[in-house]
Design a protein around this ligand. Structure first.
Ligand code: ASP
Length: 446
């Protein structure tokens, strides 16, 4: 029988009631044999996630203050879940042990990982599943990526026909101690588990019904995406449209396992499928996968006559930023002009210095700084085979009276990026959305 790896995020595990939903989802399909869980997340918006409380606990101990209050809140969350589910996962003694370990001194990663560990202990009991500790089974390299040897080793532990429960977020570091992935890393653990069992699909259960074609804070009820490719997703999440951890696609993408984003609170909704290649149906109907943007960029504009004849000009300009540890987001250029786009938060505190260095080292005719720039990406694999997408993009922006300051399109033709003034950001997104999606039917206009 083919198998499914299903990862449930923080809100799906936030309370006993949510974990009951997890159980009915897992029970519903016998192929769901490997389950990965996050630590309990927020039950209400104002509540802290268990992982945040654990970090707080560790930091409090580190500065020599009393962490008992925070510890008690964490302990009570788990005891309550265990009690309400009516299982005995030994949480009370786990908590006592942890309190002693905390006082004696343990690593930050160990503390942070306990949310997933205790949660998995409880859910394993409730689902009658075999608990697998990633400290033994998932090996994480010093660069934070999974050791590829993990797939085979973990796969050998996960025998077909049985149900397994794995805590997300951590594994074993090169020193043999607990090492966590970056925040939100249970998504990566789920992908590792899916690859280890050669799953037909990696289901990622969260609290939204997949990805939306645009930000719902800007567009009223945007259309959900049925399918999106890994490449499209990467472009959209770079621009802030994020449901899934950035690195979570790697383990499954390499072997072509699709990811299905599903909603624990609305399991019948199909959600979004992330695939290597779009199905024929999707390919026919959607030239555009989605529109995303961020208002958090700044741009250095350098002008110099005959710049193109000066060998190494771009190299030296970028070198100035490199030496200051500034990462470059985009570099649109013209014959005698070079624009360097960076994250505002990083660039602005050093901008005066950077401009001065450009002035003295490159002797440009002019160098200026655009302090605030919004970038919008129109993303879609279909772009490369559909004539007229850019005409529609710029037509829609012109009709909305939006001035385009920069244009960028890579040769991969999976996106068109436009830079506009932050004041035009929302107008531009709305104009683009309505150009590509029929506002009446909610269907894409091909
Ligand atoms: N609990 C961890 C976090 O809050 C990992 C996760 O939920 O994916 O970042």
């Amino acid at each position: 029988m083919s198998r499914i790896a299903a990862k449930f995020g923080g809100t799906s595990c936030a309370s006993a009631a949510q974990i009951r939903k997890v159980k009915s989802i897992v029970d519903e399909d016998p192929r769901r044999q490997v389950v990965v869980v996050s630590a309990p997340g927020k039950r209400v918006k104002t509540e802290a996630k268990v992982t945040d409380l654990l970090y707080l606990c560790a930091e409090t101990v580190q500065i020599g203050a009393d962490a008992r209050g925070t510890f008690d809140v964490i302990a009570e969350r788990f005891l309550e879940i265990e009690r309400e589910l009516g299982v005995d996962a030994g949480i009370a003694s786990e908590m006592e042990l942890f309190w002693e370990q905390l006082k004696a001194g343990v690593t930050l990663d160990f503390v942070a990982s306990r949310g997933e560990y205790w949660n998995a202990k409880i859910v394993a009991r409730f689902l009658d599943a075999i608990f697998i500790d990633p400290l033994k089974s998932i090996s994480i390299l010093s660069n934070g990526l999974v050791d590829p040897a993990t797939y085979e080793a973990l796969g050998a532990e996960l025998q077909p026909g049985r149900r397994y429960l794995i805590p997300g977020f951590y594994g074993r570091g090169p020193d043999g101690q607990v090492k966590t992935f970056s925040r939100g890393g249970s998504d990566i653990s789920g992908a590792i588990a899916a690859r280890a069992i050669g799953a037909v699909v990696y289901e990622n259960w969260t609290d939204v019904s997949g990805f939306l074609m645009a930000d719902p804070r800007i567009i009223d009820s945007p259309r959900p995406m049925v399918e999106v490719t890994y490449r499209e997703l990467r472009e959209l999440s770079y621009m802030g449209a994020s449901v899934l951890h950035d690195e979570a696609t790697l383990p499954v993408r390499e072997v072509g396992i699709p990811i299905q984003i599903k909603n624990t609170n609305e399991p019948s909704h199909p959600g979004t499928r992330i695939v290597s290649r779009l199905s024929d149906q999707e390919e026919k109907t959607t030239a555009i996968a989605g529109i995303a943007g961020k208002e958090t960029f700044s741009m250095i504009c350098i002008e110099k006559s005959l710049m193109n004849k000066e060998v190494g000009f771009t190299y030296r300009a970028l070198g100035i930023l490199q030496q200051r540890g500034l990462s470059i987001e985009h570099v649109p250029s013209s014959i005698d002009g070079l624009n360097i786009i960076c994250d505002s938060e990083k660039l602005l505190p050093q901008a005066d210095q950077v401009l001065k260095e450009i002035q003295t080292q490159l002797s440009p005719d002019k160098v200026t700084l655009v302090r605030e720039l919004a970038l919008i990406a129109i993303v879609g694999e279909g772009m490369s085979r559909t004539i007229g997408i850019s005409a529609r993009v710029f037509g829609a922006l012109a009709r909305a009276n939006v001035n385009v300051q920069v244009i960028n399109q890579g040769a991969s033709e999976v996106n068109i990026i436009v830079g506009v003034a932050p004041a035009d950001f929302k107008t531009a997104i709305a104009a683009l959305y309505h150009e590509f999606v029929d506002s009446k039917s909610g269907q894409p206009r091909v």
